[in-house]
Design a binder for this molecule. Structure first.
Ligand code: NI
Length: 254
């Protein structure tokens, strides 16, 4: 059994065949799927979808790309949604210095406000980071012991992985680990303490090597688990079992 800890199956790319996608996931042994919001609309969409399916859970949050849209009203809506029984984390939130769609100061402000909210509500967080470890890690280090979560789609090196582990975070590994030239991610997948590992697809983006360039979907999280099992010289069943246990203890789904 596997859990896909990061998906965006609420978005329109899945409108034509969402039920078939969910069926293929179950057939591939993907028992639980976390649907991640990245702005107000997709957060509401994630909650709505999770209400319809027992094995789906949702998160709400404002992505750094749209940091400027985090108005007091939106923050209030997120606070209300965090009380919903199917909403198990705040995210994805963070910093993105690669695409720079919002100024850094605006991104940091939105990140801090949502970290305050997560702390207040006692919720774990889903962190998006692109080329911003130098700012994200100190921000999280300042809240060490007060906040937990996952650095999703981790692409840093082994040293950054160890710093993230030290401040209590989990490491989310996705389809990039299956790309032949992804040496850093493969080294991290080999060395991350097993009790801090989560697997994800980040679908519809970042499909594993066999489907690279095509639409990604939760069923393919199995390919991520298979690659990690190969790198660690263990069984895919072990990776599935441990990452499921990690997910359930971090997000308290039951
Ligand atoms: Ni994402």
């Amino acid at each position: 059994m596997f859990i896909d800890s990061h998906t965006h199956i609420q978005i329109s790319q899945f409108d034509p065949d969402r039920d078939a996608v969910l069926k293929r996931a179950l057939e591939a042994g993907v028992s639980t799927i976390l649907v991640i919001g990245f702005d107000l609309e997709t957060s509401l969409g994630a909650v709505e979808l999770a209400e319809k399916h027992e094995n789906l859970f949702a998160t709400v949050g404002m992505h750094p790309h749209d940091a400027k849209d985090l108005t007091p009203d939106v923050l209030k809506t997120f606070r209300e949604l965090l009380n919903h029984p199917k909403v198990i984390a705040l995210g994805e939130i963070g910093l993105d210095y690669y695409r720079n769609l919002s100024p850094h100061a605006v991104q940091k402000d939105a990140f801090e406000k949502q970290l305050d909210l997560a702390e207040e509500m006692g919720m774990p967080i889903i962190v998006h980071n692109r080329d911003a470890y130098m700012d994200i890690l100190p921000i999280l280090e300042a809240r060490r012991g007060q906040i937990q979560g996952v650095l999703h789609c981790f692409t840093g090196d082994v040293e950054l992985m160890h710093r993230s582990i030290e401040i209590g975070f989990h490491i989310g590994i996705g389809g990039i680990v299956t790309y032949p030239n992804a040496k850093d991610v493969q080294a991290v997948a080999r060395e991350v303490p097993l009790e801090r590992l989560l697997i994800e697809t980040d679908c519809p983006w970042l499909a594993p090597q066999s489907w690279r360039g095509k639409r990604n979907e939760p069923a393919y999280v199995r390919a991520v688990a298979e690659k990690i099992a190969e790198l660690r010289e263990t069984s895919v069943g072990t990776i599935g079992e441990i990452t499921t246990k990690n997910f359930n203890s971090l997000f308290k789904t039951h």
